[in-house]
Design a protein around this ligand. Structure first.
Ligand code: 5GP
Ligand code: MN
Length: 326
């Protein structure tokens, strides 16, 4: 499949490159690395992400080339979709893919639905940026320091700084090569982990304050509501990494973080029903991708998530009930 994808990319003139909404370091790193590589081949490339790029990733090279909208009527020979387990992860505009004659799906999620005409899905890859790296190598595209910084950041963040279960030999090999190509690790770390807004620290305080533990001690649960975002002047991007505090607690096997993503609907019978995103992390003994998939989401065995409309009380009960059966 890789050879077919390479032939497709070489013959396409206009390309849409995109990754999932509310992007993490891997989704942005893969998007930028792929975009820079294709631009180097003199392709007309549109880099699209539905959400604003989180502040901590705004240092990345050519990040301003990422647009949050696609001009109406624009035609593409092909699309490259990165780090998306299913098409809807792109966001509201995912239906646009139906109008693009060739769609390439590059991803490392276990639960990938296999959408698109061409795909490289490798759950053994530590990050989508690992797969992008392999593709660029096979295409003999020179990896300059800008591309290297994007790839490095993707792998660094998706492996949780080489701490998570997806950390493989390739993570170290590729990152070492990226450093040889000009990446300065302490600078990347300073941007990604070293500088938080005051609001983000206050949000962390609220997240810790919301902590609940199931009776059997196997689940830790944190909750962030719209009010907390408003009070601290923070956004969804500021949630990144908070779940790791819940995951660290002794004896906890599964950590859950409930985040209210939109204001509740009012004035109907389900007035207390609100929209949430639930992040799940496990210590490896529980497959959280399976539970996320049961709710229409997905991810990896040790890190997964799903979106749901429910009342907060009902959602918490469901999660705690499930955990008490562990
Ligand atoms: P997070 O909890 O950080 O949002 O996501 C953890 C992992 O689960 C990531 O690999 C992410 O791509 C995946 N994930 C999170 N939410 C969803 C979802 O709603 N659908 C799918 N398919 N995957 C998700
Ligand atoms: Mn991602």
């Amino acid at each position: 499949m890789m050879e077919e994808i390479i032939a497709l990319l070489r013959k396409s003139e206009t390309l849409l490159v995109t990754s999932h909404a509310n992007p993490d370091g891997d989704a942005i790193g893969a998007l930028l690395a792929m975009g820079l590589a294709l631009k180097g081949l003199n392709k007309r490339v549109t880099l699209y992400n539905e959400s604003p790029i989180p502040a901590v990733y705004r240092f990345l090279p050519s990040v301003d080339a990422v647009c949050g909208d696609i001009p109406a009527g624009q035609r593409f020979d092909a699309a490259v979709v990165l780090d998306c387990g299913d098409m809807t992860r792109i966001g509201e505009r995912f239906t646009l893919l139906k109008e693009i004659p060739r769609v390439v799906n590059i991803d490392h999620h276990l639960t990938n639905t296999g959408f698109g005409h061409y795909r490289i899905i490798d759950p053994g890859a530590c990050a989508s940026t690992e797969i992008v790296f392999r593709l660029l190598k096979r295409m003999e595209i020179p990896i300059d320091s800008d591309i290297a910084t994007s790839i490095y950041t993707g792998i660094l963040t998706d492996t949780g700084s080489f701490r998570f279960a997806n950390t493989n030999a390739a993570a170290f090999d590729i990152c070492a090569e990226m450093v040889e190509r000009g990446v300065i690790p302490h600078e990347v770390a300073r941007h990604v982990y070293g500088t938080y807004s005051l609001g983000r620290i206050k949000l962390l305080n609220m997240a810790l304050d919301s902590l609940e533990i199931s009776v059997n001690g196997k689940l830790s649960l944190m909750t962030l509501t719209r009010n907390m975002f408003e009070e601290t002047g923070t956004h969804l991007e500021d949630v990144d990494g908070l779940i790791n505090y819940a995951k660290r607690i002794e004896d906890v096997r599964v950590a859950a973080l409930i985040v209210e993503t939109r204001n509740g609907r009012s004035g109907n019978a389900r007035g207390d029903v609100r929209r949430f995103h639930v992040s799940l992390r496990s210590d490896g003994s529980v497959d959280v991708a399976a539970i996320a998939a049961a709710y229409g989401g997905g991810g990896h065995a040790a890190a997964a998530g799903f979106g749901i409309e429910a009342s907060l009380a009902d959602l918490k009960l469901r999660i705690i009930d499930w955990a008490n059966g562990l």
